[in-house]
Design a protein around this ligand. Structure first.
Ligand SMILES: O=P(O)(O)OC[C@H]1O[C@H](OP(=O)(O)OP(=O)(O)O)[C@H](O)[C@@H]1O
Length: 179
């Protein structure tokens, strides 16, 4: 079902990125990753919770030998960054010498990714890059090289396809923006 608008808690959202457009952009970024990481047996590190749906669809499109693992770190409350970024939880894999690709649903201010990159670089990986479904270039507050953004969007709050508003809306197939 594709609704033109949805209401979540106190806010109204309108359709922004339909599922077919999302999946098309996932295919394109997966093709780039498959090309760039062939023979490198990369470790995809998906950041929970938001990235679960992107990670799932991305993995299905990859044609190379690769691993995936899930880590957790949360910093968002309501619609604003708290600025405090927590440490990586649940990382059991040896990072040293591995080609790591972080899989995120969204890079907004960049606080989360900047912190995560710093923590991972200390573990001496062979390389680290970032694949994100959404990038908000106008919102970025860090100098980051995000090599694999599936889509760049304006500075609007969005929900759906894994992204939440106060925990809700992650199950929506399409992405909606706040009205
Ligand atoms: O670039 P930033 O401004 O740091 O924002 C991006 C981060 O915020 C969201 O995570 P959140 O902390 O909301 O956790 P969640 O994935 O469980 O929703 C999102 O999944 C990114 O990890």
């Amino acid at each position: 079902m594709h609704h033109p608008t949805v209401k979540i808690l106190d806010k109204q959202f309108s359709i922004y990125l339909p599922e077919r457009k999302i999946l098309h952009s996932v295919e394109i970024v997966a093709a780039r990753l498959s090309h760039d990481y062939r023979g490198k047996k990369p470790l995809f590190l998906s950041v929970l919770n938001g990235a679960f749906m992107f990670a799932s669809d991305l993995m299905k499109e990859l044609t190379i030998e690769c691993e995936i693992s899930f880590v957790k770190l949360s910093s968002y409350e309501d619609m604003q960054s708290t600025g405090t970024v927590k440490e990586i939880i649940g990382l059991k894999e040896e990072i040293k010498g591995r080609h790591v690709v972080i899989v995120e649903d969204i890079v907004d201010t960049g606080h989360t990714i900047a912190n995560l990159l710093k923590q991972l670089q200390g573990k001496e990986p062979a390389s680290v890059e970032v694949a994100t479904l959404l990038l908000k270039p106008e919102s970025l507050q860090h100098e980051l090289n995000i090599k694999y953004p599936a889509m760049s969007i304006a500075n609007d709050f969005v929900v759906g396809y894994g992204l939440d508003y106060n925990g809700l809306g992650r199950n929506l197939r399409d992405i909606y923006k706040v009205m």
